[in-house]
Design a protein around this ligand. Structure first.
Ligand SMILES: [Zn+2]
Length: 445
């Protein structure tokens, strides 16, 4: 984190000179499309600017933190009594968003907007970890957003910064933020949530949820050979469109238990230890009974989908594959029957339910065509990068060091694609030999 002092000594709030005992931290975002902290600093550092003052701005273009008030100075950021207790920090917002009304905005360049928002989020995590240590605060209970402050009755009615994260399509929440601060304080690498979180489904419509996860199942079919329409219908039935207790709390979208077929199958994406315990209903001897069981907990929906497919491909009954012939099966009715016959589900109406869902939502539209499924990802290909600061890394993942250079904007040839940490679309190897880039920030052309 780069921290620069730029105290707003001309602002009337600074001149008021009141001190506070710091009891908490409040996270804001500026609420207008301005990534440059310097713009705010210049306009707020005036005797005539008596509306507001905060403790820091985080620049959207490079993530630099500009401290604008002494930390224990009473700020004017909350529009409520939180000013007496909380440090207030503003994250700047991307230039490529356009406010339409209130907290609503449109995004003209999603990749650029997300890169900017990710930068300020990660810098805020570092800053808040530092401040929590400095003031002996508990990140899980002493950090709130402006929006949460309003809900507690200690701040004015604003929706920031959650509106920003949601509006640019990132799955950040105040909970992921607090967890990241906590992890940072423990010295761990900042885990900005990678991959889709089922909590994102909470307020979405069924149709929107299907549109969001459909492509994940198409991608899964390309690697597993299991029909996307079938797995997607299982997701819908078994997680209630991703809104079940298990999905919401553990990203477990298929009711995958801790132990399945003796866990002798290969390719599992579960870490082998994270579990969520809950009551569940099982169909036994002609009736439903309630039991308590341990279920697998995943870091993302993608991991849940991959684990479910690995199970279907590898689970055995004795020495025989339970779901033999499922891989490559292109008839969804047959595929569902194979799954049922292998002992996957105990419900007597399972096949009918899954087929009904596939037909109702026309889920076969997500099936990878047979031809496409056979074709290996064609490389090399060209991508366009439209942000100036896309890191080049030594390997395929954020766990590899950066080489200290950016691609710059332009068109690049990708020679090879690999899955890796921190990128949903995967990592591409640059033809130049310089290293790897996240394809989340590149558009295939
Ligand atoms: Zn605010």
């Amino acid at each position: 984190m780069k921290l620069v002092q730029s105290i707003l000594t001309k602002n009337p709030c600074y001149k008021a000179g009141k001190k506070i005992a710091v009891k908490g931290l409040m996270l804001h975002s500026v609420g207008c499309s301005q990534p440059k902290a310097s713009v705010f600093i210049n306009s707020w550092n005036r005797a005539s600017y008596s509306r507001a003052c905060v403790h820091a701005f985080i620049d959207g273009n490079d993530g630099t933190v500009y401290q604008t008030l002494p930390w224990n100075h009473r700020g004017w950021h909350a529009g409520g009594s939180a000013n007496n207790t909380h440090i207030g920090v503003e994250m700047c917002e991307p230039a490529c968003i356009h406010y339409t009304s209130g907290s609503g905005f449109t995004v003209s360049n999603k990749a650029e907007a997300q890169a900017c928002v990710k930068r300020t989020y990660e810098a805020a995590v570092e800053l808040f970890a530092m401040l929590c240590k400095q003031y002996g605060l508990n990140p899980m209970t002493n950090i709130i957003s402006h929006k949460e402050g309003h809900a507690k009755g200690i701040a004015s009615n604003h929706g920031d910064p959650e509106h920003l994260w949601k509006g640019v399509g990132l799955n950040y929440t105040m909970n992921t933020f607090r967890q990241a601060v906590k992890a940072k304080m423990a010295g761990a690498v900042t885990p900005a949530p990678s991959g889709l979180q089922a909590t994102a489904f909470k307020d979405m419509s069924e149709a929107d949820i299907i549109a969001k996860v459909g492509p994940l199942f198409t991608a899964d079919q390309k690697s597993s050979g299991i029909l996307a329409s079938v797995s997607l219908a299982q997701f819908i039935l078994e997680s209630g469109y991703g809104k079940s207790e298990l999905a919401q709390n553990a990203n477990n979208c298929f009711g995958m238990k801790k132990s399945l077929s003796g866990n002798t199958w290969s390719g599992s994406t579960w870490d082998g230890s994270s579990v969520y315990t809950k009551k569940t209903q099982e169909y036994e001897n002609g009736q439903y009974v309630t039991i308590t069981a341990d279920f697998r907990k995943y870091p993302s929906v993608e991991k849940s989908i991959a684990d479910h497919s690995a199970y279907l491909l590898g689970a055995k009954n004795g020495s025989k594959l339970r779901y033999d012939c499922l891989k490559g099966c292109t008839d969804y009715k047959k595929a569902v029957q194979l799954i049922k016959d292998g002992g996957y589900a105990t419900s007597p109406t399972y096949v009918e339910s899954i087929c009904n869902i596939i037909e109702r939502w026309k889920l076969t539209q997500y099936d990878a065509s047979a031809a496409a499924a056979d074709k290996p990802a064609a490389t090399p290909f060209l991508v366009r990068v439209s942000i100036s600061n896309l890191n080049i890394r030594k390997g395929a993942g954020t766990n590899y060091a950066t080489i200290g250079k950016y691609t710059g904007k332009g068109v690049f040839t990708i020679m090879e694609v690999k899955a890796g940490k921190g990128s949903t679309a995967g990592w591409g190897r640059l033809k130049s030999g310089a290293g790897w880039i996240s394809l989340d920030y590149a558009t295939r052309i």
